[in-house]
Design a protein around this ligand. Structure first.
Ligand SMILES: *[C@@H]1O[C@H](CO)[C@@H](O)[C@H](O)[C@H]1NC(C)=O
Ligand SMILES: *[C@@H]1O[C@H](CO)[C@@H](O)[C@H](O)[C@H]1NC(C)=O
Ligand SMILES: *[C@@H]1O[C@H](CO)[C@@H](O)[C@H](O)[C@H]1NC(C)=O
Ligand SMILES: *[C@@H]1O[C@H](CO)[C@@H](O)[C@H](O)[C@H]1NC(C)=O
Length: 456
């Protein structure tokens, strides 16, 4: 690890244990990748304080103005750490992960804790469910029997989101899943890709895990709806969403996580259908477009914000994209020859710029410049972590199913006792301004002069 000789360090007045010059990693050596990933994970957790006295387990500091992060990103981080554990075998963070996920399940065991009502989008809820689903698929330690179980948590969220009260009753965007859960939240009239893509993804995974075609049918129905609405274009670009009443005011911003969420879900359905041609073709088309759009010069890039300013949400998309492409390589192995060389080149660029912070190895956000950009945060660490471990995906165990060793206990009725029209105190102006994943996007794009996005 130490790149400078000790005498030189003495001259420079530096302690040898702080002498990291970037992350020293050999991407052809799994052991080296694991070692580097461990350091990135350790640095990621410096942004987490939920395990400290008086703090709330599960969440990253926020939401603004109390910190940079919305509730969902905590859920996403536990997914990244579960994937890290699965790819490396490092169980260091198990207690943190379990405490975090179980703390946030809420009174109905459906990841809707009342504290977070003001930022409760269907996508926000789904990101926590996705981490529970991942726990199910990697055979993560089951909670004690008197607690919520991973599989039933994922089912609860999927079942609730299947219900009509989360959906558009009629018209051109009929049965589209709304962005927001509650009518009182900004964005209730926005039918966005990520909410629908998360639902699609969870459905695809529940179908494969439980071998229940009801889930696959609902996932496929969702794919058809957003394809017909033009959210997935004929060129396989994936747009952000559109508003009621007609879903015609397409917001054509492209974010990598939208495409990647669909890609991974498609890979699960491909695998569930024993390699159907339909899903193979869709996967090929998505992958080709994604590599062009999100990996110019083979380096991960967020075209809709990286040239201007990405908010804290967007700063975390590269990591999910890498991980979900990694899982695509497992479930649809024919994609490996296309995906792997690009992820490898991208990861090489990523680690090169991890030269920041006190220890000289914190990562920035811009990977294509070759130098650390002084932008540190949980998203930036998750991105590099996700990118590193994705290179190991083809050689680690594929997602389990109920019949191949999965032990998590499900519940076909989970989520059915949720009150259909939840009644909450009116949300105050301050809370409302902080709601949801995309509010910050709305603010960001207003700043950068786009006019297409209505703020309801
Ligand atoms: C809700 O907020 C209270 C008060 O801050 C806190 O003690 C509790 O842990 C929070 N619960 C969740 C699930 O965030
Ligand atoms: C489904 O995934 C498994 C596990 O990675 C893999 O061995 C199998 O080949 C995949 N199925 C198809 C049709 O590619
Ligand atoms: C698989 O699912 C069936 C029916 O849903 C259930 O009875 C069985 O216990 C499950 N197997 C395992 C290993 O969980
Ligand atoms: C399949 O899943 C659906 C939705 O949860 C459920 O209603 C149905 O009972 C399940 N079927 C079986 C055979 O478990």
């Amino acid at each position: 690890m130490v790149k400078f000789s000790t005498p030189l360090l003495a001259v420079l007045g530096l302690a040898a244990d702080r002498a990291y010059a970037a992350l020293d990693v050999d991407l052809d050596d799994p052991a080296s990748i694991k070692k580097a990933a461990a350091l990135v994970a350790e640095d990621l957790l410096t942004f987490y304080h939920g395990d400290e006295p008086g703090m709330v387990p599960g969440i990253l500091p926020g939401p603004p103005p109390d910190g940079d992060y919305y509730w969902w990103q905590g859920g996403a981080m536990w997914g990244a750490l579960l994937d890290y554990r699965h790819h490396t075998g490092d169980k260091t963070f198990d207690d943190l992960i379990t405490q975090a996920l179980l703390w946030q399940v809420g009174p109905n065991e459906d990841f809707m804790p009342p504290n977070w009502t003001a930022s409760m989008g269907n996508d926000d809820q789904a990101f926590w469910a996705l981490s529970a689903m991942l726990a199910t698929e990697i055979g993560y330690t089951d909670p004690p029997p008197d607690q919520a179980q991973w599989l039933s948590l994922a089912q609860a969220v999927f079942h609730e989101q299947t219900h009509e009260d989360r959906r558009v009753p009629s018209g051109r965007c009929k049965w589209g899943l709304r962005w927001q859960v509650y009518p009182s939240n900004n964005g209730y009239n926005y039918i966005n890709t990520i909410a629908n893509a998360c639902y699609f993804n969870i459905g695809a995974r529940l179908a494969r895990y439980t071998d229940n075609s009801t889930y696959a049918d609902l996932a496929t129905k969702t794919w058809d709806i957003i394809k017909d609405l033009g959210y997935i274009s004929d060129k396989w670009e994936v747009y952000d969403g559109a508003h009621l009443p007609d879903c015609t005011d397409l917001n054509k911003a492209q974010f990598s996580y939208n495409s990647a969420m669909l890609l991974q879900g498609a890979a699960f359905l491909y695998n569930y259908t024993d390699g159907s041609q339909v899903w193979e073709d869709r996967i090929n088309s998505l992958v080709d477009r994604m590599l062009q759009t999100f990996f110019p010069d083979n380096i991960a890039y967020e075209p809709s914000c990286e040239g201007t300013k990405c908010n804290a949400d967007m700063l975390s998309f590269k990591g999910y994209t890498a991980r979900w492409m990694g899982s695509t390589m497992q479930l649809a192995p024919f994609t490996q020859t296309k995906i792997m060389p690009v992820l490898k080149a991208s990861t090489q660029a990523a680690v090169k710029q991890c030269t920041g912070g006190d220890n000289g190895r914190f990562c920035g956000f811009h990977w294509n410049t070759g130098v650390f950009d002084n932008s540190v945060g949980a998203g930036q660490q998750m991105n590099v972590l996700g990118s590193l471990i994705s290179l190991l995906s083809p050689s680690v165990a594929p997602p389990l199913t109920n019949s191949t060793g999965g032990t998590s206990v499900g519940n076909v009725n989970a989520g059915s006792d949720e009150p259909l029209v939840p009644t909450f105190a009116p949300i105050t102006g301050g809370d409302k301004a902080g709601a949801g994943i995309l509010t910050a996007l709305i603010i960001a794009v207003s700043l950068s002069g786009f006019a297409w996005m209505s703020t309801d």
